[in-house]
Design a binder for this molecule. Structure first.
Ligand code: CTP
Length: 218
C-alpha cells in the first residue's frame, strides 16, 4: 500500500439478534458504543471506514460507511465480503454464540399445552472472527473478549484460537457505560493496560494498533 492510500478499516459493532419466532429474539446487552467509537476515531484520522452494525440506537459517525445486519450469519456474510478489501478488522460486535435451531413461522405457544417449563433448542453460530482470520494474510485483526473476573488466561486462549493479532479484554462493567478499562494482549506477547478511559480515548489507543502512520500525527 502506498503511504498515502487511506487505511481501510472494517469495524463490527453491537449485538446480533437471533429470531425465535416473528416477535421474539435472543440477543445481549451490547450498546455498540465501543465499535462506533473506533469507527469514528478511524474516520477522523482519514481512514476509509466501513461499519457493520447489529441493531443499536446510535448515529452513524461522520464519514463512515455503515451496513446494518441482524443475525450472526448475516454479519459473517457481509464481513466476509468487506474483509477482502480491508487492511484491518476490529471485531467489536457481541456475536451471539447460539441461535434457535429453527425460527418459527408463527408465535411460539409452548404454554398452550399447560406446560410449566419449556426448552428452546439452540445450535452454534459460526465464530465470525475465527472464520475470517483463518485466512487473514497481511491484514490486522483485533478481536475482543468480554470476561467476568480477570479472564487473562481465557483471553490469551481466544487470541490463539481466533488467530487475531490483538485481543482487547473488557470486563462486563463496559456494557452500556461511558468509560472502559481494557487490557490489550498482542500476539507478540505484549500486554497494555488502559484504565478507566472514555471509549473515545480507548478507541484512539486501539486504532494506534493498526495505524502505521500514527507516528506522523501532530
Ligand atoms: N466472536 C465472533 N463470533 C462468535 C462469537 C464471538 O466473531 N460466534 C468474536 C467477538 O466479536 C469477539 C471475540 O470473538 O471479538 C470474543 O468473543 P467472546 O464472546 O468473548 O468469546 P467466545 O468465543 O464467544 O467465547 P466464550 O463464550 O467462551 O467466552
Amino acid at each position: 500500500m502506498s503511504p498515502r492510500a487511506p487505511l481501510r478499516v472494517l469495524v463490527s459493532a453491537g449485538p446480533t439478534r437471533e429470531w425465535v419466532d416473528p416477535v421474539r429474539f435472543l440477543s445481549n446487552a451490547s450498546s455498540g458504543k465501543m465499535g462506533f467509537a473506533i469507527a469514528a476515531e478511524a474516520a477522523r484520522r482519514g481512514c476509509a471506514v466501513t461499519l457493520v452494525a447489529g441493531p443499536v440506537a446510535l448515529e452513524t459517525p461522520t464519514g463512515v460507511r455503515r451496513i446494518d445486519v441482524e443475525s450472526a450469519r448475516e454479519m459473517l456474510a457481509v464481513l466476509r465480503r468487506e474483509f477482502r478489501r480491508a487492511d484491518a478488522l476490529f471485531m467489536a460486535a457481541a456475536v451471539a454464540d447460539w441461535r434457535p435451531a429453527r425460527r418459527l413461522g408463527g408465535k411460539w405457544r409452548a404454554k398452550d399445552g399447560g406446560a410449566a417449563g419449556a426448552t428452546l433448542a439452540l445450535v452454534r453460530n459460526p465464530d465470525v472472527v475465527a472464520t475470517l482470520a483463518r485466512r487473514k494474510g497481511a491484514r490486522s485483526v483485533v478481536a475482543f473478549a468480554l470476561e467476568t473476573g480477570s479472564g487473562l488466561r481465557r483471553a490469551r486462549g481466544k487470541l490463539v484460537r481466533k488467530n487475531a493479532d490483538f485481543i482487547v479484554l473488557n470486563d462486563a462493567s463496559v456494557l452500556n457505560s461511558e468509560r472502559a478499562t481494557v487490557t490489550i494482549l498482542g500476539q507478540d506477547g505484549t500486554v497494555q493496560r488502559v484504565e478507566r478511559r472514555t471509549k473515545r480515548a480507548v478507541a484512539a489507543k486501539l486504532v494506534d494498533l493498526v495505524d502505521p502512520r500514527r507516528e506522523r500525527r501532530a
